[in-house]
Design a protein around this ligand. Structure first.
Ligand SMILES: C[S@@+](CC[C@H](N)C(=O)[O-])C[C@H]1O[C@@H](n2cnc3c(N)ncnc32)[C@H](O)[C@@H]1O
Length: 236
């Protein structure tokens, strides 16, 4: 499967998944999630990163969804929130803790990240619950990100830990069939298993160094049932 087909299918699946009902449920869950330890940590980190800039920040929330993290940004003069789902963006107009938002201007962009032509470079790009989740974390993604982040800019993202993907018996069987199959079947299984999406710590290091990012922090986060990697990096 060539990469453009891979991304087109991933985008189609995401567009379908994040429909009105899903967006409704997602926004409702924001209240609960914002009390969780992981959200609190992420929130403190976003506040620290943006607050540490010596000037007002221009930021991008890649796959912003319902705008769950908008209220955490400080010292931000412009935030672009891009998302493929119109329904999620509708929710982002009324995000959680709206009254605490200090961002100068929020620009919501309904678009597929891979198809959108950005007209600026960002001081800070963050993407939570998107990379390696709805589309692969790979060189294609990083190339695009590297083009739109300023030198010295900060990147924060999460990816799904590929170990998670091989846990269940059903997955193990499918994984085995994948390993011995070829051609169209292998492509199909690879996609269903999201093997094409997987990136472990070694992959993340390799891909980031290729695009001249220095890793500040790379760690596993999240529940045992659904572990993620968390990465903070700086564009050199
Ligand atoms: C799990 S949600 C995360 C939302 C938000 N970042 C958060 O942490 O609450 C994933 C989001 O990625 C968006 N998405 C998936 N594929 C995308 C693409 N190709 N371009 C832009 N957004 C995309 C989905 O519509 C969805 O809102």
């Amino acid at each position: 499967m060539n990469s453009s087909t891979k991304y087109k299918i991933a985008s189609k699946i995401a567009r379908k998944l994040y429909n009105r009902a899903y967006a409704e449920g997602y926004r409702k869950s924001d209240d609960e999630i914002s009390k969780s330890e992981i959200w609190q940590k992420m929130s403190a980190l976003l506040e620290e990163i943006t607050g540490n800039f010596q000037y007002p920040v221009v930021a991008l929330d890649l796959g912003c969804g319902s705008g769950r993290y908008f209220s955490c940004l400080k010292n931000t003069r412009l935030l672009d929130g891009i998302d493929i789902s119109a329904e999620m963006l509708e929710k982002a107009k009324n995000p959680i803790s709206k009254e605490k938002i200090t961002i100068g201007k929020i620009n919501l962009i309904e678009a597929d990240f891979f198809e959108y032509s950005f007209d600026k470079k960002y001081d800070f790009i963050y993407s939570i619950g998107v990379l390696g989740e709805h589309f692969p974390f790979d060189e294609i993604v990083m190339e695009k990100i590297a083009k739109i982040i300023k030198q010295g800019g900060v990147l924060l993202f999460t990816t799904v830990d590929p170990e998670y993907r091989i846990k269940s018996l059903k997955r193990k069987i499918a994984q085995f069939i994948y390993s011995i199959s070829f051609g169209k079947l292998k492509e199909y299984l690879g996609f269903r298993l999201k093997n094409y999406f997987a990136a472990d710590a070694k992959d993340i290091r390799e891909i980031l160094s290729k695009f001249n990012f220095e890793i500040i922090k790379l760690a596993k986060i999240g529940q045992k049932t659904y572990p993620h990697y968390f990465c903070l990096a700086k564009k050199l």
